[in-house]
Design a protein around this ligand. Sequence first.
Ligand code: MG
Length: 249
Amino acid sequence: MSDIRIKTLEELIVLREAGRILATIVADLKSSLKPGMTTRDIDLLAEGLVVRHAVTAAFKGYRGFPANACISVNEEVVHGIPGARVIKDNDLVSIDMGIIHKGYFSDMAVTVGIGSLEASRQKLIDVTRQALLKGIAEARPGNRLGDISSAIQKYVESKGFSVVRDFVGHGIGKDLHEDPEIPNYGEPHKGVLLRSGMVFAIEPMVNMGRFGIKILEDGWTAVTIDKKPSAHFEHTVAITESGPMVLTE
Ligand code: MG
């Protein structure tokens, strides 16, 4: 049985603050990306922003993760460790970041195209962002978890791409990962009933080719087996009586 925490209004207010701060940090990172930077440069900027906003980087030290943000380039799906990789024109750079603010977590990811992108790469970004919005639209009281999952899967597959199976979204609040797990594939009208006060990190990872992934020897970085590019968008979303409220914007 899953044990999904229903947040109080007071908790939602803090989560909203945590979401807004993270959205500001990610927007700043996004606008500073340019060819020639290393992924470590991006992480150093993230570190500075965390200090400036007086929050804590949620991933640093999480199960030993060594950086402030996960930065994944092209065939890297998720959990890329910032390092010496240099970003260049036509790259897809995914930034996934979480913060802790007053004891509460927010979690967000974006994929950014560097310079001029091949049309198929731009389409991958657009479809993944849109898939997240399709999933968010289903996050309302009375729906079931599978409505979120299947909306994402159906949209992505209708555009000729595939959804990653090995990583899923999650509940979030006082912990980074709370129940339930939120797959990006599944059956409509199945799974737990959604209720006002649930807070979810919904995060489709979409591959241009097949959905298979593997983990590199660093123990973290997930890459596509077919080496084709992948994109990732994530928002932290509260379910309210009047529908979904995106916290990370
Ligand atoms: Mg997440």
